[in-house]
Design a protein. Structure first.
Length: 315
């Protein structure tokens, strides 16, 4: 809880604007896709498409029309509004927030911020204070499929929206595979459809700037990575009966070889690994790092970014 108290203190001062096998770290995706569709922000029950239909997450600029303006773009207007969920297409994203006394959020939000600055400064040369107001970016600088050239970190080149996730490690049960899922027990989940069952066909992941620079240089909590270190995203499926699957692992940072590998472009999660999740109603996300405290948990900033979740209804 020490880390949690620290973050909440920062919120009071600054307004917390703030497996079975590993995925190999793949080459950056280079193809471009066209975005068509709309998203809504509401607590609603979505309508399942017909069996056999494939649906791909389609984030549009409409989601940020009333967004909060910050360095490099906007982030979701409801980031610090309690009892709200981000609902886009057939996907409902978990979200917890408060603005009572301090600002805090976890789960998922949407952003188009094109800012990859290293904000590790604050009270010390590599402190975390500077990140509190700048936790909205992705190392790619834009969502996948930007139709124009986007240079990460360059003002005026904001691209497509993407999802930013913050995992509250102190909330989730550890090693939940085999247990029964409930929305209230987990920080980061995505509900797919209403009552339908789905096969996960695709998902793109990107490194968030805070853990990226934390793994490189340290940030006050996190130490710089050395040989043998890794930072991973764990993805679980939730079956129709609520049983949580074994996780698949996707490496965000890997220093198991001779150098630290952290791709900055959008990366495909292994299709074979996604298939191993089985037929699902939810996806659950957790994180793990070799830089962790046995009592207080993960030291690496527990953020990641995602886009283009694609599912096919099978029942």
């Amino acid at each position: 809880m020490k880390k949690v108290v620290y973050f909440l203190t920062l919120g009071l001062m600054l307004g917390f604007s703030s497996c079975n096998s590993d995925d190999d770290v793949l080459n950056n995706e280079t193809s471009v896709s066209t975005l068509n569709g709309s998203g809504t922000t509401a607590k609603i029950a979505v309508t399942d498409p017909s069996v056999g239909t494939t649906t791909t997450l389609n984030l549009t600029s409409a989601l940020l029309t009333s967004g909060t303006t910050t360095t490099g773009g906007k982030y979701w207007e409801n980031t610090y509004v309690s009892n709200t969920n981000l609902t886009v297409d057939i996907f409902k994203f978990s979200h917890t927030a408060t603005s009572s006394g301090y600002n805090y959020w976890d789960g998922f939000i949407v952003s188009n911020v094109n800012d990859i600055t290293n904000y590790a400064s604050g009270s010390g040369p590599v402190g975390s204070d500077g990140w509190v107001a700048h936790q909205w970016g992705t190392m790619a600088g834009s969502g996948f499929g930007t139709s124009t050239t986007t240079t990460p970190g360059t003002p005026g080149t904001t691209g497509d929206p993407y999802i930013v996730a913050y995992w509250s490690s102190y909330l989730d049960p550890q090693n939940p595979q085999g247990s029964t899922f409930s929305e209230s027990s987990f920080s980061n989940w995505i509900k797919i459809g209403n009552t339908g069952i789905y096969e996960v066909k695709g998902l793109k992941i990107n490194m968030h700037p805070w853990p990226y620079y934390g793994c490189l240089y340290g940030d006050g909590f996190a130490r710089a990575f050395a040989s043998g270190d890794s930072f991973k995203l764990l993805i679980y499926g939730v079956a129709e009966d609520g049983t949580i699957s074994e996780p698949i692992e996707h490496k965000l940072a890997d220093y198991t070889g001779s150098s630290l590998v952290m791709p900055t472009g959008w990366i495909n999660v292994s299709t074979a690994n996604l298939a191993s999740l089985g037929d699902v109603q939810y996806l659950v996300f957790q994180m793990t790092s070799t830089d962790s405290d046995p009592i207080y948990g993960i030291n690496t900033a527990a953020y990641f970014c995602l886009d283009k979740l694609s599912v096919k209804r099978v029942e």
